[in-house]
Write a protein of this length. Sequence first.
Length: 256
Amino acid sequence: MWARQVTGGSALVVHDAAVIPPILALAAEQLDLDLEACPSREAAERVLTSDVNVVLLVVGPDALTTSLALADARPDTTRVLLADDRSLPMAVDVLNAAGALAIGRLDGGPAALGALIGRAVAEVRHRTEERRVVLALRSALEQARSALAQAEERVVAVRGQIDVESGLWDTMRLVERLEDEANRLQRYGTPFGVLSVDATGVSEALEIAVGELLAEFVRRVDVCTRRGQGDYVVVCPSTDDLGMRRVGERFELALL
């Protein structure tokens, strides 16, 4: 067997004779392939213990057994059968029984044989690139699925804290934010304020208008909640008593 590392894998040739066929040597020279001999009985074990992707099998008496063993050991390899006029019928039988990319003629020209070997190497490169792309797409798909699952979890969590009628935060969110602000006040002395708006006893349309106005009025850092019919509470982080009085006054003016 003769082999050379090539981009996308290894090119291997299986042959039992001690002398390399001259045409194969010329084809290898054209492709800049370094050839190393190995008997067919060791071929299956060699492909199992190496990263070979292209196998070139010189057809002989044991070609069918060897080809079947290679296919069983590494079905992902690309196999090319090499034959002359005498061994061509046997090569056809091997091709039909065990499969191969093609049959290369050892009694033809080195250019044609080199082109066939180059085709085998190119097929391996293409298949390797396809696998790389598929793996990259699978990885991207898994990441997208994970991100989607996390987003869905966040949506479910958020929906569980939304008041359905107004679209504002509900009592659960209010309690959580009050606890957070109370902890900040205790640890860092950061003040916070609470604005309560009572819109009970008014028409449904007016109550909805009050809630919408309140949602537009507050800052982005504020948490505007609806505890029930006409009962609104706004938590204002980092706001002292004076700041809360101003907030209340501005909201009263906005209602006018």
